[in-house]
Unconditional design. Structure first.
Length: 160
């Protein structure tokens, strides 16, 4: 199997590794770099659990090869908070509005909603539901997730 050198910046930190050509980005993150916040659910790009930001855009890490991110910028859920006492505002809103239960889908939803809120500072419920429609949650029924995104948007507007 051919191996390729990959240089990538993840959460502001430079990484360099030699990987097999067929290694999925999700496996590279979880197994090579121990960034286990990126969850793997369906491995077909349907559930959204593995969503990360590639150059600021949400992508499914289970559908991208590690070699495809060479020279690029990635943000995983680990990159949202500076530490456990200084959460990202969206993470705080999820905590405060009970936007998670088991937490398996949460990293992918957070990584989907971060750029969504940057592009849509005043989303209504329909827009939020449309934006999260690619992220499956088997526990919450989505209402608390929607409430958490609305809360994060409200707090962001109040802070500005």
């Amino acid at each position: 199997m051919s191996r390729h050198n990959v240089q990538v910046t993840i959460n502001g930190r430079a990484y360099e590794s030699e990987v097999e050509a067929r290694l999925l980005l999700s496996d590279f993150l979880r197994h090579e770099l121990d960034l286990t916040g990126t969850h793997v659910g369906c491995e077909h790009g349907v559930c959204g659990a593995c969503t990360v930001l590639l150059d600021g855009e949400p992508v499914r890490a289970c559908l991208i090869l590690a070699v495809q991110v060479n020279g690029r910028q990635l943000t995983t859920v680990e990159g949202l908070a500076t530490d456990q006492d200084d959460l990202h505002p969206l993470q705080e809103a999820f905590r405060d509005a009970h936007g998670l239960q088991c937490g398996f889908c949460t990293p992918g939803i957070l990584m989907t909603m971060v750029p969504f809120l940057e592009d849509n500072p005043e989303p209504d419920e329909a827009a939020i539901r449309h934006a999260i429609s690619g992220n499956l949650c088997r526990c919450t029924g989505y209402q608390h997730i929607v409430d958490a995104v609305k809360l994060a948007a409200e707090r962001r507007r109040s802070a500005d």
